[in-house]
Design a protein around this ligand. Structure first.
Ligand code: DON
Length: 585
């Protein structure tokens, strides 16, 4: 069995002296001083696993605020909810209250993992062909950038559910940093200014967005300047005071519906008050003795991570070597087959039957594995979806948290594109998602990520659009071992898969596992996408095997944690984002 190497960097050890100093400095005990220590079934845990706490997010201000919660005795769920609200203020390109996502929560001492599904839903007035133009083709402007592109947001309901059920701090405490950062402002980093500059054309089209993201003279905020969001602060205050009614009823709900009426959107007061997050069983699989838990439908992520791992388990990947042509070839072949199944079978399991057990079964993986030639690429065109049914017995941002009680949270949430629909709800100060584009607007026609969908993912009222988000927790002998996930649209699944394989197969430390150059194949288009850093000889060998290889910009941004067998916490913040940060105590 794999043993954790004793690498030193980012090892975050608790020192009693440091903790005492911090406690004296912070001097702000949590409202619930005796934080509920174990999250599941109210069991009391002893801090035997992780001796301390760690937060890894895509923005250092969110990491800072969530870490304070851990240091003051809060658990991983408290820290996660605090981070999510803080990201909604500091990283408006993807942090959000106008979108949705998935949160996996794992207790440190048991095999239990729960998944909170707070994915957006289609409004009641949504219909199958709502994004088709008069010529019968998909109108991408409508599906991606219009008021109709917004699904009913789930983030606020999901975070509140997580906090009520598994947290220990008050909602006011969880929202305090976000309200402060919105009300008093924060100094913007270069990544913030660059992001707004790139999205300026579209953001400027809406007076409500222009007012928030640009100065009165129309210029953008420069690195080092203070960025204040009063309207967002007021919205967050309503949530702090009224709970979910502060978003789904009353003033905020009215502002959302007024925005819809101004722009021809579909979300109604009823859609908002009816929105409910759902607690689900995560997808569960195993890989070389490790237990893999990840998100099931309405995400495709967990299902296909387990499916790809099942296929690859039959090959000696460790011996083939990290990012060697042989390994990349086998990975691409497995990915191709999984993405072909995704297009055929995956959708919201509340609406369509998704053959999860078949797709994630070892026996089905075997049938796919035998079709893989170790030396030659199988053309995607000759590779239809498989038949898992006989095996049936049934800019986005990711962050990871582990607390001193051994609980882990893996959370990915999104408004779809960077800045979502680019439409701010006037008066409420937050961006609306454009998640409706994740539905299959027309069977067989690719969405923004080149993903092809079919009937299973067609638009229906109240349905959740298919996602690739894959918050994942890996356990070893019942202990939390790896907490990971990523943004990246269709590449989320393969990014998360590679972090996991880099640790399990290739024994990389977590920071190297996150940094390593990534590869991706999604069946269609029939090409292996690679990041910078894959050697030209490897590319040549892959081409000789019959693969088309295409070099692309960075894929994904994984914020991951590895728990050593002695409880030491190792953080891997993705250097692909300049604001990523891992901090522990
Ligand atoms: O749910 C999904 O799969 C997509 N809406 C995620 C979008 C995404 O990751 C964009 N960011 N990089």
């Amino acid at each position: 069995m794999y043993k954790i190497p004793t690498f030193q960097f980012l090892a975050l050890r608790l020192s009693a002296i440091r903790l005492a100093i911090l406690a004296a400095l912070l001097c702000a005990p949590l409202t619930a001083a005796a934080a509920r220590e174990a999250i599941l079934e109210g069991e009391r845990a002893v801090p035997t696993e992780a001796q301390n706490g760690i937060v890894v997010t895509s923005h250092y201000l969110a990491t800072d605020e969530a870490l304070k919660v851990l240091e003051q005795g809060g658990n991983a769920i408290d820290a996660a909810v605090t981070a999510a609200f803080a990201l909604a203020v500091t990283q408006p390109r993807s942090g959000n209250i106008g979108g949705g996502g998935f949160m996996l929560i794992s207790s440190g001492r048991k095999d239990e993992v729960v998944a909170i599904d707070y994915r957006e839903k289609a409004p009641a007035l949504a219909s199958r062909d709502m994004f088709l133009g008069t010529d019968g083709n998909v109108d991408e402007e409508l599906s991606r950038f219009s008021h109709k592109s917004a699904g009913v947001p789930g983030t606020v309901a999901g975070l509140l559910l997580a906090l009520e059920r598994y947290g220990s701090i008050s909602l006011a405490r969880a929202l305090e940093p976000a309200i402060r950062l919105a009300q008093d402002g924060f100094i913007v980093p270069a990544r913030f200014s660059d992001g707004i500059r790139r999205a300026a054309d579209r953001l400027q089209r809406h007076a409500s967005s222009r007012k928030i993201f640009f100065k009165p003279d129309g210029s953008g905020y420069q690195p080092g300047e203070l960025f204040v969001q009063k309207e967002l602060a007021a919205t967050l205050q309503r949530i702090a005071q009224l709970g979910r009614d502060g978003f789904y009823q009353g003033r905020t709900a009215e502002l959302i519906v007024e925005e819809m009426q101004r722009g021809g959107g579909l979300i109604s007061l009823e859609d908002l008050s009816n929105y409910q997050p759902t607690v689900r069983q995560p997808v569960h699989g195993s890989y070389r003795g490790y237990d893999i838990y990840s998100m099931g439908p309405p995400s495709s992520g967990g299902t296909h991570i387990v499916q790809i791992l099942n296929i690859l388990e039959g090959f000696p990947i460790g011996r083939s070597g990290h990012n060697s042509a042989q390994t990349i070839h086998l990975m691409a072949e497995a990915m191709k087959r999984a993405y072909a199944d995704r297009a055929e079978y995956l959708g919201d399991a509340d609406f369509v039957r998704v053959p999860i057990n078949g797709l994630t079964s070892k026996r089905y993986a075997e049938t796919l594995r035998v079709g893989i030639d170790r030396e030659r690429a199988t053309p995607a065109a000759g590779l239809p979806p498989g038949d898992p049914v006989p095996y049936e017995s049934g800019e986005t941002t990711h962050f990871s948290v582990v607390d001193r009680f051994g609980n882990a949270v893996s959370n990915t949430y999104t408004i779809n594109f960077s800045y979502g629909s680019h439409i701010v709800v006037d008066g409420a100060g937050f961006l609306l998602n454009n998640e409706m584009d994740d539905f299959s607007a027309k069977p067989g026609v690719a969405n923004a990520y080149g993903l092809i969908g079919g009937e299973a993912n067609r638009i229906e009222p109240h349905k959740r659009m298919l996602s690739s988000m894959s918050p994942t927790i890996v356990k070893l002998d019942g202990r939390n071992f790896l907490v990971t996930g990523s943004p990246g649209g269709s590449r989320i699944i393969t990014t998360t898969l590679q972090v996991l394989m880099n640790v399990i197969d290739h024994h990389l430390n977590i920071q190297s596992a996150v940094n390593a150059p990534r590869v991706h194949h999604q069946w269609q288009p029939d090409e292996i996408r690679i990041e910078e850093g894959i050697s030209p000889d490897t590319v040549r060998l892959l081409q000789q095997m019959g693969h088309s290889v295409s070099r692309k910009p960075a894929m994904g941004a994984s914020q991951s944690i590895l728990v050593g067998s002695d409880g030491t916490l190792y953080g891997g913040a993705d250097p692909r984002n300049s604001t990523s940060s891992a901090q522990g105590f």
